[in-house]
Ligand binder design. Sequence first.
Ligand SMILES: Nc1ncnc2c1ncn2[C@@H]1O[C@H](COP(=O)(O)OP(=O)(O)OP(=O)(O)O)[C@@H](O)[C@H]1O
Ligand SMILES: [Mg+2]
Length: 594
Amino acid sequence: MPGDHEPSDLRPLLERLRPERRGLAALTALLVLAMGLPLAGPVLVGRFIDSALAGDPTATLVGLAAFFLAATLAGDGLQLLVAWLSVRLAWRVGNRLRTDLCRHALSLDLTWHGEHSPGQLIERIDGDVDALTRFSSTAVLQLAGNALMVLGTVVVASFIDWRAGLLVFGASAVASVVLILFRQAAVPYWDDEREVQSQLYGDLEERLGGLEDLRANGAGGWALHRLHHHSAGWWRTARRAAIWGDGSIAGASLAFAAGSVLTLTLGVWLHSQGQLSIGSVVALFQFSQTVSDPLWQVSEQLADMQKAAAGTRRAARLLSEHSSLADTKVDADVDGAAAPLDDGPLSVDLAGVELAYGDDPAVLSGIDLHLAPGTKLGVIGRTGSGKTSLGRLVLRLWDPTAGAVRLGGVDLRHVPAENLRRRTAVVTQEVELFRANLRDNVTLFGAVEATDAQVSAALDEVGLGHWHRSLAAGLDTELHGGGDLSAGEAQLLAFARVLLVDPGLVVLDEASSRLDPITESVLAQATARLVAGRTAIVIAHRLATLDEVDQIVVLDGGRIIEHGDRATLAADSTSRYSRLRSAGGAALVAGVPS
Ligand SMILES: Nc1ncnc2c1ncn2[C@@H]1O[C@H](COP(=O)(O)OP(=O)(O)OP(=O)(O)O)[C@@H](O)[C@H]1O
Ligand SMILES: [Mg+2]
């Protein structure tokens, strides 16, 4: 295990600890004090017994007792202080790491996110950091403190009698070796357990997300089966981990018991030889027992440390992942300086573009497309023909595997990400609503700057004004995720967001679900307002939407099989578009006639 520690593993942690240097130093000093004080206890008890047996005056006894009380109370008080300070420190550092991990994960490209389930991500950002925080808040200092205490116990016991010191040391050493060996054997099983756990959470998250589909299609049994499968796996790995972990406890207990018995025997023998007072025998026996407590804790903390180390390693790995959509600054394979996009409608150019997701075969190929600023393009094609993928390219949610995508004449790889997000906007097929109030859903938690009046005006403009005014709490109305609005209404809400951003290019990926005729006509009107004065790519599943566009592209199997002026195509009875129109558009969702 220690073999695969890379020096960079700890760097994310150390970097975030650096601002806390002073607090850490003060904490260490307090800790040494807090751990040293309890050592006085057994010595004072021994003195007390010897004084009592020797018939010393009551004042001496009371003094010793008071001293004992003061040392114990002070020790406890200090421990409390140390605990408070270390928890505070650990949370500060942990939260810093959490924030950085979250920010980093958000900056990674969608391919990366496609390969990692949300459950895994939660485990990385929260679970791992939690293990780290827990360890560094309570355990790391206690680990040092307890090690100090064991050492101190051996030293003080040696002062009373060197042979006893040796015995206490021997018992602690044997117990430690047993603990460490068993724990080390358990490490791979703990790692397995954590991996199985993150799979289970990942799966669970996915199943819960698709609850409606699962239930509607009667796939609940299958989901349950998966849950049982993962739970059984968890149980198996957890059991193996526990056997090794608990085995270490049993072995160490035996070593301690033997140590105590030997120390007591030695003490009694030394006393019978007249070399040791009864008080010292009691003190030694107490020491042989007190040493076990810190060692237990050390063993627990070692386990926490393993988990924390694994967590830190994973955090370091996540932080070292780079987005394949690196910002211009680090884009080595593209020459030229960063160039922000101009204001106003943007031209769109795709030249020899090909796109493949990961190692899969290309889903778009040979795409050449030019749109003058302000052009409205309608894109149609069978499901899976690559319409959404085309939209993703012009928004640089993915980079093409070949060819170039330009907006306003600038290669997207030169455009700073922040500028691109401000100058383009998208309404996706499935608008994701958040469990937040209406205002936050429209402005995406303030990412889009707008006053309440502007938000209301935008809602009015897309046709949600009536609905908005009917809400008692207005913009403060809490939306409960997707439940409150239909797919069409959710899209309208996203339209309002786009109106507030006022981009130069908008990609509208129409919801493929069927809408009621009223929503459909509202949506068509809102679409017309949305695309006015901008370049627009409208991926349509309904013919009515296409009445407003200037040009039509028909995609099939990732290629453009027809591209032309909408009016011209409509007039040409042999064009796919006009055949589609004469078929009443019913086939639009099902597929384009060929
Ligand atoms: N994130 C992804 N990772 C891997 N493959 C993907 C991804 N997104 C889409 N694909 C694949 O790319 C192809 C084109 O998908 P795309 O979503 O662009 O089609 P579409 O025309 O928008 O379909 P629909 O009409 O159903 O929305 C499909 O074969 C799909 O399985
Ligand atoms: Mg699509």
